[in-house]
Structures are given as C-alpha cells and as structure tokens.
Design a protein around this ligand. Structure first.
Ligand code: GLN
Length: 484
C-alpha cells in the first residue's frame, strides 16, 4: 500500500477498496517499526490520527467527500498544531503546545486529511543536514551514515522511507529542495506569498515559504490545491487566482524554452551530479524542449546576501523567545536579566545562537550600511537577473545541490561549507520565485536532484515540466534498498 501513488490511494479510498483507518494504521505500523532507524518523526499522533481516519471514513461513506479525504500525511514540526506539541526542532519549544493550528494544517484537516505526526527538522529551520535538531539527526534512508539534508530532513526521509505518502515542509533558502534532492523525492517551494505563513514559526519572514514533499510531481499537484488559499491573516499572502494544478500536467513540452544558467555548472559541482543533470537536460530536448544558455551574473552574491538578511530577520523573530511568554524558562532565575540570559543561553543551540549574533551585528547602527543595506542591494540585483532571464526562457533548470548526501559530521566544523550546500537554491528565495527538485539519477547509490525554477506563480508549468520528465523516467519510483 505504501508504494501506491497518491492518485492510486485516493482512488482506493473513494472506491472503498481500503478504509482510511486501514491506510492510517498501515503507515502508523511502518513508523513504529522503521522510524527508530531514521528518527524522521519528533511526535507521532497515533490516537488522534485514527480518530481523524474514522471521521474521514464516515465522510467517505456519505459520498461527496473531498478528493483527499482519508489520506494520511505528516507535517513538519515548524507548523503549529492545536493541542499537539510544536517544537521547531528546539529545546526552546520542547514544551510548547499551540492553542491554534497553522492555516495550512487547518486546510488539510478540513479536507479530511489525516495527520500522522510531526517531522524532525534542523533547529528553527537553520541548517542543511538536520544535525542541529534538539531531537538528534535524521538518517538518510538511502545511506544511513549520511545526512538527509535540511532543514526539512524529517519530512524528506519519511517520504523516502514510505512512512508517509507526503509531508508539508518549509523553505527559507533551500530547505524543501535540498533534502528532497538528497532523499530522492520531489519537493516544491511555491512563489513567496502563494501559501499562507500563518502559524508557521518564523525564521526569516521575507524568505520563508511553506510547500510540499511527495514522491512525484503528480502527487504534489494533487495536494497543492488544498495547501493554497488566500489568507488575510498573513499580510504577505497574495490574493492571486488559484488554478487547478492538475489541469496542465499532461501538456506537451514542444517549444518549451529551458534556461540553463552557466553559473550553476562551475567549480564545486560534483561530476556525478553534473552528469545526471546533463542527462536530464538531454531528455527534455528529446521531448521537444529547447535549451538556451543563460547567465545569472549576480549568482555569486546569493550566499553572502542570504547570510546577512536571513540572520538579521531571525535575530528579530527569535527575540520573542525570552523565557517569559512561552517556551523554555531557566530554573530559579535571580532577576529578570538572568531569566532572559539563561533561558536563551540554555534553550537555543549553537547554530541558532550564531545566527542571532550575526543578525544583531549586521543590524547594529555602526554596521547596518556596510552589511544589511548592501545585502538588500545585492538581493535586488539577483532578482533582476531572474526577471531578465524570464524574458528569454519559460523555465530554468540546473542542479539542486552541489553533491549527493554527505556523511554526518563532515561539515560540522565549518559553517561556511554547510552554507554552500544551498548555493543553487538560495537565489530563488531572495527573488521570491518558486523552485522545485525532482530526482534525476543516482551517484554511488545516492540520489541526485534536478532543480526547476519558475517565474512568479508558474507552479502549474513547473509541475507540468516535472511530470513530463517523470512519465519517461523512473528515478522518482526508486526506493532505498532497505525499503520494500
Ligand atoms: N540551509 C539554509 C539555512 O541554513 C536554508 C534553511 C531553510 O531553507 N530553512 O539557513
């Protein structure tokens, strides 16, 4: 059952070939048996899931249930879930039980989707390896001595290990696409503003975007309509028409202009990754698409600009965790100052502290002009590179990550090496564009991802381009050897 696509699962549920309770129990059993080896879930909500499954079965019995009714999925532990602990991978929120749910969690619940549990992640979504989680690292199901990527490593690993058909995730600089790439699954980060951020714990508000992980583009298309809703509670949510994301999947790609950025194929790209991406580009040519060499000349500014802007925003967003209102509070504070200091010193991990320090520094009166305002100028140049590129091409393709999954601890001592993991994904967040990763090969038994970057609100075209590739290739159907 766990190898069926979401279209097949929906069909089974709607025709009552399987009940939501049976399906939910099947995935809960897999999680209980296999997840001790991966650590992809922080919380499993078995009892609540079965109650939701029974409610879904009752709706299905009445007829006219929404398409997704009864389908189980997982939510990244960055999304608030009413009555269910939402830790954001941090000791700071280890005891936090939100009184409300994120809009996207509510959207799925209203459609009858069953929540299996909450997935592990880098602390406050800061990281590319899941090694910064308070709950310990997630293991890559393809190679358990390697990282699954991050920060949505739990969501990626649980989908790759067939512990859930799909999971929500979030992407501030690559956290959907990079783990999707390292775990051999498909992941979509929509256009900034397309999806409500209400109830998603903020890291860097001008970059954060909620999205999806599943095995195929078609699976994502089936889930995306329910994820998407205009939400007045998020002031950056855009009231833009919502298409039927399934409608364009089957369009032929004749004449599609694919931009291939020269800057994405230079030094630092693993030869095996480059070869897999090249082969994917050739496949697109065989489907009638035309490859156009393009330049995104300010690409080299993306990582430096991001590591000024994201920490600046995070230092402001994380100031709310002060030991007073909610979250971790130190024992026996001597006075208010001691309460603030020790609650934050004890509640946050090293990477989060590093970012808060950098952010406070670049926003300080003496350095604001030298760093923060320069980074914002670079951000605009990066965005304009894409605006010019999309005058010549319909979509941009390249690698998602510079190399396949790396070993635990191999980048731990060098934060900059870790930051370079997102060298191809970060520009998309700085520009607010949608990005996607789909599996396009294996190197030494480990998956490689192809990145698709679309124009604003071009999610339908991206899903179409990804689906056409998946119709003619089988990388998205491959499972890690340990998974049957
Ligand atoms: N790896 C990047 C970082 O550490 C991106 C994380 C993310 O997208 N949430 O900030």
């Amino acid at each position: 059952m766990h190898n069926l696509s979401i279209a097949q699962l929906i069909n089974q549920l709607q025709t009552k070939a399987v009940s939501s309770r049976e399906l939910t129990q099947h995935f809960l059993n897999r999680i209980a048996q296999l997840d001790p080896g991966y650590n992809s879930f922080v919380t499993v909500t078995a009892e609540q899931a079965l109650a939701q499954a029974d409610a879904a079965d009752a709706r299905l019995a009445q007829g006219n249930a929404p398409d997704l009714c009864g389908l189980p999925m997982a939510h990244k532990d960055i999304f608030c879930t009413q009555g269910v602990r939402t830790s954001c991978g941090s000791k700071m929120l280890d005891n936090f039980i939100p009184p409300y749910s994120a809009t996207i969690v509510e959207n799925y619940a209203a459609a009858g989707v069953v929540m299996l549990g909450k997935t592990n992640m880098d602390e406050f979504a800061m990281g590319s390896s899941n090694e910064t989680s308070y709950y310990g690292p997630v293991k890559n199901p393809w190679a358990t001595h390697c990282v699954p990527g991050g920060s949505s490593g739990g969501s990626a690993a649980c989908v790759a290990a067939r512990l859930a058909p799909a999971a929500t995730a979030s992407d501030t600089g690559g956290s959907i696409r990079q783990p999707a790439s390292l775990c051999g699954i498909s992941g979509l980060k929509p256009t900034y503003g397309r999806i409500s951020r209400w109830g998603m714990i903020a890291f860097a508000s001008s970059l954060d975007q909620a999205g999806l992980m599943a095995r195929s583009a078609e699976d994502i298309a089936l889930l995306l309509n329910t994820l998407t809703s205009f939400d007045a509670k998020d002031s950056t949510c855009v009231d833009h028409p919502i298409p039927d994301y399934r409608a364009d999947l089957t369009k032929p790609l004749n004449g599609l202009r694919i931009g291939v950025p020269v800057e994405y194929f230079g030094e630092g790209l693993h030869a095996g990754t480059a070869a897999a991406v090249d082969a994917a580009l050739k496949h697109y040519e065989s489907l009638g698409a035309r490859l156009v060499s393009i330049s995104l000349p300010h690409s080299s500014l993306s990582v430096p600009a991001y590591y000024v802007i994201a920490p600046a925003e995070c230092s402001a967003n994380l100031s709310r965790f002060d030991g007073v209102r909610y979250g971790y509070r130190c024992k026996d504070p001597q006075d208010l100052e001691d309460l603030y200091r020790r609650s934050r010193a004890e509640g946050f991990g090293d990477e989060v502290k590093r970012r808060i320090l950098i952010g406070s520094y670049v926003l300080s009166a003496g350095f604001y002009d030298a760093y923060y305002s320069q980074a914002q100028k670079a951000r605009r140049l990066i965005q304009q590179d894409f605006v010019s590129a999309f005058q010549q091409v319909d979509i941009i393709l390249g690698p998602t990550s510079p190399s396949p999954a790396f070993e635990f601890g191999s980048k731990g001592q060098d934060p900059v090496a870790m930051y370079l993991e997102d060298i191809y994904t970060i520009a998309t967040n700085l520009a607010g564009l949608p990005g996607m990763s789909i599996p396009c090969g294996l190197v030494d038994g480990k998956p490689v991802g192809l990145q698709l970057i679309g124009n604003y609100f071009a999610e339908s075209l991206m899903l179409n381009v990804a689906h056409q590739y998946q119709l003619g290739t089988d990388f998205h159907t491959l499972a890690p050897a340990a998974i049957s």
